[in-house]
Design a protein around this ligand. Sequence first.
Ligand code: URA
Ligand code: SF4
Length: 210
Amino acid sequence: MPSTPPSDATPFLPEHGDLESLRHAAESCRGCDLWERATQTVFGDGPPSARIVLVGEQPGDQEDKEGQPFVGPAGRLLDRALEDAGIDRDTAYLTNAVKHFRWKATGGWRRIHEKPNRRQVRACRPWLDSELAAIDPAVVVALGATAAQSLMGPGIRVTRDRGVPLPWDPIKFVVVTIHPSSILRAKDQDREQAYDGLVADLRVAAGMVG
Ligand code: URA
Ligand code: SF4
């Protein structure tokens, strides 16, 4: 009989929920099947005192190799958008809805990003919840649909719900926006407007932390 893959990170959570304990424990998470083909866990990065937490989807190819979130092309674009929105990256905490890189091979050596499925997102959610509980930020920015749905449930729609503070318990507010990768994928003539939209949404979050 085929066995169902595990789908809950909870058994791997540490007893003490400070960020360093969480990060250490997440290194050996086997809460879903994604650890098997990834290089390492990519946990969040930033100070425990952060007032803004930004949540992406999952690490990409470069993040998987380096073990840090948002260090590849999407991260560079995000850095620029944060700066344009008046948010100092070093004072924000960056993480992902899913902590291992999901990819598929497409002939040759290239690993192509594959969206995590709902079960994997749900499995990984305890890590995100624990990070948010440890940091207790004033606002969480969900970058793209995967992060938005992990936090707000399947009813959230990025295009409809973006750029406004949505009340959320236990953290005060979530601001939903597009994922920086979608700007990299946009057609040339759409890219500038998409970028400006991201910056505008990030400014909303920036305004909430003074
Ligand atoms: N995309 C994400 O969602 N997260 C990363 O860390 C990198 C790219
Ligand atoms: Fe654990 Fe999340 Fe990695 Fe799955 S993706 S093994 S739940 S850390």
